[in-house]
Design a protein around this ligand. Structure first.
Ligand code: ZN
Length: 149
């Protein structure tokens, strides 16, 4: 017991120098650190899942998760910074119905040549996004079927 208390007191007293040592160590071992970080999730599945679940509940995490999903499908990459920009721009509301946004819509669908830049992205709710599908806004509002412009 004494030993444990002694060690704890020593650790507390040397916290700053230990941190500096750690920083210096990892600065000199960046590659190992990268591999360690990359493999952490695999070796700590429970912690990783819980941490990810917590992160997804944050505004940043929600956008990152959406970007991850979009970037699996779309040609090219949607930048998280662009997604944050348009979500902020429209106050987190669906641009079509003003409900809370759930997804990021390509205003001109990728299938019709729409790009992944912020000028072509808009926050939307799932319902509007689903109804609009791969149509232009004009075609959607005019009730046109299919992907024809
Ligand atoms: Zn909507």
């Amino acid at each position: 017991m004494m030993d444990a208390a002694y060690h704890k007191a020593w650790r507390d007293a040397h916290l700053e120098s230990r941190r500096a040592q750690d920083r210096a160590y990892w600065a000199a071992h960046r590659e190992q650190k990268r591999i360690y970080n990359a493999s952490y999730g695999a070796t700590h599945p429970d912690k990783n899942a819980a941490a990810q679940a917590r992160y997804r509940k944050t505004a940043r995490g929600k956008i990152a998760a959406l970007a991850h999903r979009m970037n699996r499908r779309a040609d090219g990459k949607v930048k998280i910074s662009d997604m944050r920009y348009v979500v902020d721009l429209y106050g987190g509301r669906c641009v079509y119905c003003d409900g809370p946004y759930q997804v990021i819509d390509h205003i001109l669908p990728v299938r019709l040549g729409g790009k992944n830049n912020r000028g072509n992205l808009a926050p939307a709710c799932q319902k509007c996004n689903g109804n609009k599908g791969a149509k232009t806004v004009a075609a959607w509002l005019n009730g046109a079927e299919g992907g024809a412009v």
